[in-house]
Design a protein around this ligand. Structure first.
Ligand SMILES: [Zn+2]
Length: 412
């Protein structure tokens, strides 16, 4: 007989500043690290073989995914994925439920009720970043084990101890640090390969940001594990530079698999090693601001973040006069062109955006608690708008003497 889960009530607006890690940074309590999932089970076709591993965690999983979970699959690829899922869950009393419209407070409330009604004893999240963020947060709030099954390589959400909460309309609201990484991550390359190529491209964009953000927020750290995280971010960037084009040319091939591991796993390792001290900076802040503009809602997280890296580099050029940032931006513009990552507002579907739209996004990105303030200089919305509209501008030679070397993030 499964034990009835305890459904706690939560302060959903808990922000990262309330987390254990954050308070510990100030030296008052110990540092809780969430390095990695307890187990990572990866390979081609592993989902269908994971029945025993799932049964070790419980007998009554609540399976959280997209609308496709409870409906007839719309296409052939989802059909085969659903068949594998059915095989994995054959001996368990599962209940499947959609997180849609988003990882929002209303959805979370509905899902907490579903946990209690089903008497779930573990949570299985299947899908993209938002489905996994929802599943992880529900498991955290319900004190239940959590298994993540990413269906694309678009983010490292399957790995991390963090969930983003959005409005029902998809606007970013806040993030919630979780007490641990998943108990089991199942990375099935056969499933990842059925996802649209664009999701891997977005995953590359999101993973690239690790270096450009961690080196700025933590490049000067003297702490062993933070130094290690920043260096891993550099390794991750270099792997992506070297292998992404080959990966996209041959889905399922060796380079493709290495790039999937880089985007889903190594990006997660860096988040785990660096923890709360290895923060996101402007690239993700720009993403968060852009989520409030409906015209680009159909763009993926990693696509907005990739553009956000260019904006961050442009800010370093404008505010600090950093020549290194200018060089890094030109290098990325070429790389993005090869991959199909967005280089400008136009590429993000924002060709018709008004000045008021851009100001709104910039103001949201510059809110007092925004990660943009982890930049080593102050930024105001006017500067951010100027950077957002000029990501593709050619290099200029006007660099203030003595400032270029201060840019920690752009040593490529
Ligand atoms: Zn991200």
């Amino acid at each position: 007989m499964p034990k009835s889960p305890t459904v706690k009530s939560f302060n959903l607006s808990q922000s990262s500043s309330d987390s254990v890690s954050e308070t510990s940074r100030q030296g008052s309590v110990g540092l809780m690290m969430n390095l990695a999932p307890a187990q990572v089970w990866r390979g081609a076709g592993v989902l269908a073989q994971s029945g025993d591993r799932l049964a070790a965690l419980g007998t009554r999983p609540l399976v959280i995914g997209g609308d496709w979970l409870s409906q007839a699959p719309p296409d052939r690829t989802l059909k085969s994925f659903k068949r594998d899922l059915d095989t994995a869950l054959a001996d368990l009393a599962d209940h499947r439920i959609s997180y849609c419209p988003d990882c929002s407070e209303d959805s979370l409330e509905r899902l907490r009720q579903a946990v209690a009604k089903h008497q779930a004893d573990f949570i299985l999240g299947v899908g993209g970043g938002k489905a996994l963020d929802t599943a992880k947060l529900i498991a955290f709030q319900s004190d239940l084990p959590i298994v993540t099954v990413p269906t694309s390589a678009a983010t490292c959400a399957a790995w991390t101890a963090l969930s983003n909460v959005y409005s029902d309309q998809g606007a970013f609201l806040y993030d919630v640090p979780l007490s641990r990484c998943p108990d089991l991550l199942i990375l099935d390359y056969d499933i990842i390969q059925t996802a649209p190529q664009r999701t891997l491209v977005a995953g590359i964009g999101d993973a690239l940001a690790k270096w450009y953000e961690a080196s700025v927020s933590s490049g000067a750290s003297t702490q062993t594990l933070v130094i290690a995280a920043v260096q891993q971010a550099r390794v991750l960037r270099d792997i992506l530079f070297q292998k992404s084009v080959a990966a996209l040319a041959e889905p399922g091939g060796e380079a493709w698999r290495e790039v999937v591991d880089a985007s889903v796993l190594l990006a997660g390792v860096i988040g785990g090693l660096g923890g709360a001290q290895c923060r996101t900076v402007a690239a993700h802040a720009v993403h968060n601001g852009l989520t409030h503009l409906p015209a680009c809602h159909d763009r993926l997280h990693g696509e907005k973040v990739a553009y956000g890296i260019l904006v961050q580099l442009r800010l370093e050029e404008i505010v600090q006069g950093s020549q290194l940032a200018a060089t890094a931006r030109q290098q990325l513009l070429t790389f993005y062109g090869e991959l199909g990552l967005p280089r400008s507002l136009e590429d993000l579907g924002l060709a018709q955006a008004t000045l008021a739209d851009l100001r709104r996004a910039a103001q949201l990105a510059c809110q007092p608690k925004s990660d943009i303030h982890h930049l080593p200089f102050a930024v105001v919305p006017e500067q951010l708008v100027a950077a957002m509209v000029s990501t593709t501008v050619a290099m200029t030679s006007q660099v203030s003497p003595g400032t270029a070397a201060k840019s920690a993030g752009n040593d490529s």
